[in-house]
Every structure is written in structure tokens, then in C-alpha cells.
Design a protein around this ligand. Structure first.
Ligand code: ADP
Ligand code: ZN
Length: 205
């Protein structure tokens, strides 16, 4: 799954995991849990993430390769936020062959508004809006929701610029390979999921 920050990749990926039982592999989530656990990986990744820049390719490629080697990935998996550079896509092909690349797209203004009001629950991985969580409580598990450190307006602008420069070229990359599918991320989560689900059903049939 690829697309600009805030387009809703993570939200849709969670729905796909629910419906199809596919392991949801989010490099952003893995890096954030490494930061919370204060591992060496987390410590080296934190500065990049807080600035809105990408973590170096060799670091993320290493964690993805390791994760894809686990048993639950044997029958398939959903990558969310990886690959994010052409270099990462080339490396991925050395150990996996993606069947489909789903682009979840949206306009920049919508993205900035969405990200600034985004709240996440570290306990269950839920993603919500500030309006759904005015009391700071996760509607899904009762945990405490937080705003991600990199969800401030200034960092969001950097992340969008990084996306344009480093990730957008992947759209052509996968279009040329004939596996790109596009979904506009407007309307409700449910509307978008219907479109994503239609693509998956075609593929799995
Ligand atoms: P979003 O899609 O909203 O930007 P993510 O959770 O996917 O959120 O990523 C958050 C941050 O984690 C990125 O801005 C980047 O610093 C880092 N990151 C995640 N995935 C990758 C990747 N594949 N390559 C490099 N950095 C990554
Ligand atoms: Zn929760």
C-alpha cells in the first residue's frame, strides 16, 4: 500500500487485516515500537522520523526482510508504508514479488487537515480523529490516545515534500510493472474500504 502521509493507508490496512487475516506489516509502526522500546534501531530512527525525513534504506530493508521471514507471512502479507523509495522497491524484489500495489491518494490540503487532527492508540494501533477522542480515551480498547510526535503541521509539510520527491516515483515504477491500482481517499473510511476490497477480491478470485 502506498500513498501520501495521512491518505489512510494504515486505517485501510487494519480493515484488510480484519477481513482477510493478512499480517499487516507497517514499517512506521515497527519503527515507533522500536522507539518506545528504546532499542538501538529505535534510537537511530527517532531523529529522522521527528524531522519528517525517511529512515535510511538499509535500516528499513533490514527490518522488513527479517519480518517477512516469520511464519505468519508464509501465505501472504500486506505491506504498509514500504517500499517508500525506488531503492527499497528494488531490494524488496530480491526476496519477494508484490502482486499488487494499491495507491491511496488524496489532495495535500486534505492530508494536512487530517494529520493535524489524527490521534493514535499505542496499545491497540487504532487511528482516530481528535473529535472522536475528545476525552483522550481510545474508543476501541479504552487505552490513552496520543498525537504522534511527527503529526505537527511543520513536520507534515516536510513529509509531504519527501513523499513527492522520494515516494511518488514508485507510482510509475509499479504502473510500468502493471500492478498499480489507484483509489481516491475521499468519503468515509467505509467508502474507501469498499473500493479497496473490490480490488482485493479481483486479485484473490
Ligand atoms: P505516514 O504514512 O503517515 O507518514 P508512517 O507511520 O508510515 O506514517 O511513517 C512514519 C515515519 O516513519 C516516516 O515519516 C519515516 O520517517 C519513517 N518510515 C516509515 N516507513 C519507512 C520506509 N519504508 N522508509 C523510510 N522511512 C520510513
Ligand atoms: Zn486502543
Amino acid at each position: 500500500m502506498l500513498g501520501p502521509p495521512g491518505a489512510g493507508k494504515g486505517t485501510q490496512a487494519a480493515r484488510i487485516r480484519e477481513r482477510y487475516g493478512l499480517p499487516h506489516i507497517s514499517t512506521g509502526d515497527m519503527l515507533r515500537s522500536a522507539i518506545r522500546a528504546q532499542t538501538e534501531l529505535g534510537l537511530s530512527a527517532k531523529a529522522y522520523i521527528d524531522r519528517g525525513e525517511l529512515v535510511p534504506d538499509d535500516v528499513v530493508i533490514g527490518i522488513v526482510r527479517e519480518r517477512l521471514g516469520e511464519d505468519d507471512c508464509a501465505k501472504g502479507y500486506l505491506l504498509d508504508g514500504f517500499p517508500r523509495t525506488v531503492e527499497q522497491a528494488r531490494e524488496l524484489e530480491r526476496f519477494a514479488a508484490p502482486d499488487m500495489a494499491i495507491l491511496i491518494d488524496a489532495d495535500a490540503e486534505l492530508l494536512v487537515a487530517r494529520i493535524s487532527s489524527r490521534r493514535v492508540c499505542p496499545a491497540c494501533g487504532g487511528i482516530f480523529t481528535s473529535r472522536e477522542t475528545t476525552d483522550g480515551v481510545c474508543p476501541q480498547c479504552g487505552g490513552t490516545v496520543i498525537q504522534r510526535d511527527d503529526d505537527t503541521e511543520a513536520t507534515v509539510r516536510t513529509r509531504l515534500a519527501v513523499y513527492e520527491q522520494q515516494t511518488r516515483p514508485l507510482i510509475d515504477y509499479y504502473a510500468e510493472r502493471g500492478i498499480l491500482r489507484r483509489v481516491q481517499s475521499m468519503g468515509s473510511i467505509e467508502d474507501v474500504f469498499r473500493k479497496v476490497n473490490a480490488l482485493l477480491e479481483q486479485q484473490l478470485r
